[in-house]
Ligand binder design. Structure first.
Ligand code: 2HG
Ligand code: ZN
Length: 460
């Protein structure tokens, strides 16, 4: 180490793993956005809560920023370190600490991968139901920091709903033990919910007690071809009415084209403008008959023109891949991502307006729509033409975002449904949160993190 301040830290915590290797700085200094050049001071991998507290206190003494870091699968620049920060990686704090079958809770360290949480719940005959494509790499601490949503929100809600307790190291280095797994706790402000979705700006989640639930009955996965945008929500209403839904996702033909080019299997012969992947309970013959009746009624109405139902786990996985593989298949095109939401009832009118806005706003760019339409959450990815400079591309896209926020505001929507504000959506926070709210946020931040060392520059 050549930095005397870092020497002080490693002297105080001899077991703390720290790296200043250029490869580590680059790898751990960025997330999936790839828009910023990583330039952290060092990467630190604490293994204990005491080490996390030590790093925070050291950072306060030296006025050094800390970027809490999980699996860095984020899409809003929330885990990017560009300015001499310490990246505090939770990678080594990845254990299951406790399971309580009566409370039906699993206590884990923050650096455990979502998939490992799901597996630990499954081994105990239970379900941790939050789920999305990055499950293998993202970490529960990051899920909590962004209140991650995903593909089963329609039934199970967002991450917030499953957090029964949290241990958090604040920006001053204090350790808070929040809610302790209680089902009922009417003792004032619930800081647990303040930390969920705070994007690492208030403190570092080091431990979480997660609620688990009973696994759902056997399910079926269906893929539907939908001929027009205005039919999508009609199919949704019908599905919600007739079936017990676990997921209802949509994507366009363009999205399909990219996933197929990425190795997925074509589901039907014909091409269709829109597709829906839906999963629903199908425990018995009655439920299967309901599924068939749903499909037939959508066909009769002309809202659906083709369909496939998975008859094995492998087929179900293949249908899900068409939806879950989209982000990865688009990544080489350096997409500009919109992650927006409106109330479910506002989706049809909003989509119509959006389509017009995007057609005029992006006459030359390829625009790919997909997402959790059953939650009112659309992912609109704009692909960068290969010959266009990235900064120029982002500038043009941001101009359209400025128009989009007006449409969103008129429909009472949000500029970020589930990816967070981070760096990417910061210029538009004021379009979805009032001045009074933002002033309160700043005040809260100042109390939790008086020296402004926690994830500096993100969110606010
Ligand atoms: C998804 O729903 C993720 O697949 C990523 O939230 C969305 O790539 C995106 O824009
Ligand atoms: Zn999503």
């Amino acid at each position: 180490m050549t930095d005397p301040r870092l020497d002080e830290l490693t002297r105080q915590f001899p077991d703390l793993k720290v790296s200043v290797e250029p490869g580590d700085l680059e790898h751990h200094g960025r997330d999936w956005t790839r828009r910023w050049t990583p330039a952290p001071r060092c990467i630190a991998w604490p293994a204990t809560v005491e080490e996390v507290q030590g790093i925070v206190r050291w950072a306060n003494r030296h006025q050094v920023g800390i970027v809490p870091s999980g699996g860095r699968t984020g899409l809003s620049g929330g885990a990017v370190a560009t300015d001499g920060e310490v990246v505090l990686s939770l990678d080594r704090m990845n254990r299951v600490l406790a399971f309580d079958p009566i409370d039906r809770t699993l206590t884990v360290q923050a650096g455990i991968a979502l998939e490992a949480v799901q597996g630990a719940a499954r081994e105990r005959g239970l379900l941790y139901p939050v789920d999305f494509a990055a499950r293998g790499s993202c970490q529960i601490g990051g899920n909590i920091a962004t209140n991650a949503g995903g593909i089963r929100v329609i039934r199970y809600g967002n991450t917030r709903q499953w957090v029964a307790g949290l241990k958090v190291v604040t920006g001053t280095g204090d350790l808070l033990d929040l809610n302790r797994g209680l089902v009922k706790n009417a003792s004032g402000y619930d800081f647990r919910h303040l930390v969920v979705g705070s994007e690492g700006t208030l403190g570092i989640v080091v431990e979480a007690t997660l609620s688990l639930t009973s696994p759902p009955p056997p399910s079926q996965v269906m893929l539907l071809a939908v001929p027009a945008m205005d039919a999508l929500m009609k199919v949704f209403a019908e599905a919600r009415h007739r079936l017990s839904l676990e997921a209802f996702e949509f994507f366009t033909d363009r999205a399909l084209r990219h996933v197929l080019a990425h190795g997925a299997q074509r589901p039907f012969e014909g091409d269709h403008p829109f597709y829906v992947v839906t999963e629903f309970d199908a425990a018995d013959a009655r439920a299967e008959a309901a599924a068939l009746a749903f499909f037939e009624s959508c066909m009769d109405e002309g809202w659906v023109v083709d369909g496939a139902i998975a008859s094995s786990e492998a087929q179900a996985a293949a249908l899900w891949r068409l939806r879950e593989g989209i982000t990865e298949s688009l990544a080489p095109h350096k997409p500009y991502k919109n992650d927006i939401s409106v109330r479910i009832s506002a989706v049809p009118a909003f989509m119509e307006e959006m389509q017009q806005l995007l057609t005029t706003g992006y006459p030359d760019f390829e625009v790919v729509w997909f997402g959790h339409i059953g939650d009112g959450n659309l992912h609109i990815n704009v692909l960068k033409p290969a010959d266009l400079d990235n900064a120029l591309f982002v500038e043009q896209c941001e101009h359209v975002t400025s128009l989009l926020v007006d449409t969103l505001a008129r429909h009472g929507g949000s500029i970020s449904a589930e990816h967070g504000i981070g760096l990417v959506k910061k210029p538009w926070l004021g379009s979805v949160r009032s001045e009074a709210e933002i002033t309160l946020m700043r005040g809260i931040k100042a109390v939790w993190d008086p020296n402004g060392i926690m994830n500096p520059g993100k969110l606010l």
